[in-house]
Design a binder for this molecule. Structure first.
Ligand SMILES: NC(=O)c1ccc[n+]([C@@H]2O[C@H](COP(=O)([O-])OP(=O)(O)OC[C@H]3O[C@@H](n4cnc5c(N)ncnc54)[C@H](O)[C@@H]3O)[C@@H](O)[C@H]2O)c1
Length: 257
């Protein structure tokens, strides 16, 4: 779908492409279609499915980068600095928690599991933003991905809900830090989409059915619909929106039952 947003000459850093189902992939493709160049940071373990996707983009740059490894982040940002000099957008579409902490009782999470979920899923936004900040241009935009489990208890989402609450708070504080430079920071709260990350959530099939039954639009959402919102948040159409969580969830979050 063409929505007539032109990002020619713009440059985006995108984290979180694992395969063609990844929300980050749909966002990268949408930005690329609009004329934006992509710099993608990817985890070594996803390389076999990541590499063929890069052939679908126009002149992307990419580099292995794990957000728990300072040296790999140093190498990634050095490459982006050398090739792009400046960037307009940063897309953070990363999350991780141990599978055993995405089922059963929330209180069974251990200290290390709590820390890992927060380090990868929330603190990494701060770390990537700080590293990108010197390169980010005026009117730039940062986007993080979140889920309703941050503000409501969603059985099975457990520690990831707590990490998403931290992530959303980070979005607001980063919006304050970067507002003077006219850089916006927002989160998209997406409804459930079948991806690699989602496959780790024990109750995920029930979540999908629940949205069809209860969301005002009586359906699930697609990664393309999330990408449309990301395109809007990268465009000047969203120039007065910052520090917000924007729901792309068929209206599910508006319901009381
Ligand atoms: N799928 C859903 O239902 C849904 C709904 C709302 C929000 N989200 C959020 O969307 C984002 C993207 O998830 P997705 O559903 O596209 O799944 P995905 O598995 O395709 O993407 C998750 C990405 O995180 C990356 N990642 C994990 N640990 C990392 C690390 N240490 N360093 C670098 N990258 C790391 C993985 O390589 C992967 O590319 C996540 O923040 C997720 O919580 C997903």
């Amino acid at each position: 779908m063409s929505v007539g947003i032109d990002l020619k000459g713009k440059k985006a850093i995108v984290f979180g492409i694992a395969n063609d189902k990844s929300i980050a992939w749909h966002i990268a493709k949408r930005l690329d279609d609009a004329g934006c160049r992509i710099a993608a940071g990817y985890q070594e373990r996803v390389e076999p499915l990541f590499m063929p996707l890069m052939k679908e983009l126009h002149n992307p740059i990419y580099e292995k980068c794990d957000v728990v490894d300072d040296a790999s982040m140093d190498a990634f940002f050095k490459k982006v600095q050398e090739e792009f000099k400046e960037v307009d957008f940063l897309v953070h579409s990363i999350a991780f928690a141990k599978r055993e902490h995405l089922q059963g009782k929330f209180m069974d999470v251990d200290k290390r599991g709590y820390q890992v979920a927060h380090e990868v899923s929330a603190f990494s936004l701060v770390e990537l933003t700080r590293r990108a900040a010197p390169m980010l241009k005026k009117n730039g935009s940062i986007i993080a991905m979140t889920y309703l489990g941050s503000e409501k208890a969603v059985p099975g989402y457990n520690i990831m809900g707590v990490a998403k609450a931290a992530l959303e708070s980070c979005v607001r504080y980063l919006a304050v830090d970067l507002g003077e430079k006219q850089i916006r920071v927002n989160a998209i709260s997406a409804g459930p989409i079948a991806t690699l990350a989602a496959s780790g959530i024990a109750n995920f099939p029930e979540m999908l059915l629940n949205y069809v039954a209860k969301a005002p639009l009586k359906r699930n959402i697609t990664a393309d619909e999330v990408a449309d919102c990301a395109l809007f948040l990268c465009s000047d159409l969203s120039r007065a929106i910052t520090g917000q969580v924007i729901y792309v969830d068929a209206g599910y979050s508006a319901m009381g039952i």
